[in-house]
Design a protein around this ligand. Structure first.
Ligand code: URA
Length: 301
């Protein structure tokens, strides 16, 4: 219940910040929203219920990296943000198992194999400067994948994607969608930090993206959100501007892709009163929820 209240608070904060609420005052939480059931990660199978099913599907996350300590305070956009719980990391249960669709252990195992290859990779110049590789976080069975550009300093230090301030904003977006980290899978175009957070060079992307493609083949998301121009440009092989690409559906190998503004960009323009980036991200995420057949939270919860 506490988590639900937190998530709802985060959603309201996001919507208020996005200009979807008239008033900064959130008032008491409506009971109906506060008791809303969590959304399942995958639709339940149509067949007969399994006899005495074992524990529900666990949440896997990259095996090696430590969970970051309590995240630093995020820059407040227009009001004090309500952040969801810090990132939770659970070691995978996986022994190495063959990939079997809809098999959690199999997916986690297959991802672990790829992660080991990433860890050993020295295919481009980024390897020399990294502290460690940054593979992914979230659930290998997620219906929804978020793909970013590449690790920054916080990610290079912790080994997990999107744990810095941009990651905190991404977590708030996910919470505003009434999803949790257990219901998404988050990865990047490149797995090593480009110096000074520059955009990865073409040759670095060429060397690294086969890993991402294999990750996506294993996770088999129903929808992909491409965060920013680097991710959208690579997945869609389209060099159009984000303004041209965002807000409408594209396709990667038949999987619907929604490009949207990168959280770092949203943070960069947050003090520009003319910027519509934040509201546009929410518009895009509503399309994503609709596409997944999930409820779209109303601005008033
Ligand atoms: N952190 C990431 O992991 N990826 C990005 O694209 C930005 C920050």
């Amino acid at each position: 219940m506490l988590q639900l209240l937190r998530d709802l608070g985060a959603q309201l904060a996001w919507q208020r910040d996005a200009g979807l609420l008239d008033t900064p005052s959130q008032g008491p939480l409506p009971v109906a929203s506060a008791v809303a059931a969590p959304v399942p990660v995958r639709a339940p199978p149509p067949a007969a219920p399994p006899p005495a099913a074992p524990a529900p599907v666990a949440v896997a996350a990259p095996p090696v990296a430590e969970a970051p300590a309590a995240p630093p305070t995020a820059p407040a956009p227009t009001a004090a943000p309500v952040l969801p719980e810090p990132v939770k990391v659970t070691p995978p249960a996986a022994a190495l198992a063959p990939v079997a669709p809809a098999n959690f252990e199999g997916r986690a195992g297959a991802l672990r194999v790829i992660q080991e290859e990433v860890r050993a990779c020295r295919a481009c110049g980024l390897a020399a400067k990294r502290t460690q590789t940054v593979f992914a976080r979230g659930n290998p069975e997620a219906r929804l994948c978020f793909i970013g550009e590449g690790p920054g300093a916080d990610e290079d230090r912790t080994g997990l994607p999107f744990v810095g301030v941009a990651g905190q904003l991404l977590d708030r977006i996910i919470a505003a969608m009434r999803l949790t980290e257990d219901q998404v899978y988050i990865a990047n175009i490149v797995k090593c930090r480009p110096p000074n957070n520059r955009v990865p060079y073409e040759e670095e992307m060429s060397a690294c993206t086969p890993f991402l493609l294999r990750q996506l083949e294993v996770v088999k998301p129903e929808v992909i959100v491409a965060l920013g121009k680097t991710a959208a440009g690579f997945l869609l092989q389209d060099k159009s501007s984000m303004t041209a690409m965002r807000g409408r559906w594209h396709s990667w190998k038949g999987v619907p892709v929604m490009p949207t503004w990168h959280p770092s960009y949203v943070l960069r323009v947050r003090d520009d009163p003319k910027s519509t980036a934040r509201a546009e991200v929410w518009t895009d995420m509503k399309l994503v929820l609709e596409r997944l057949g999930l409820p779209v939270p109303s601005p008033r919860g």
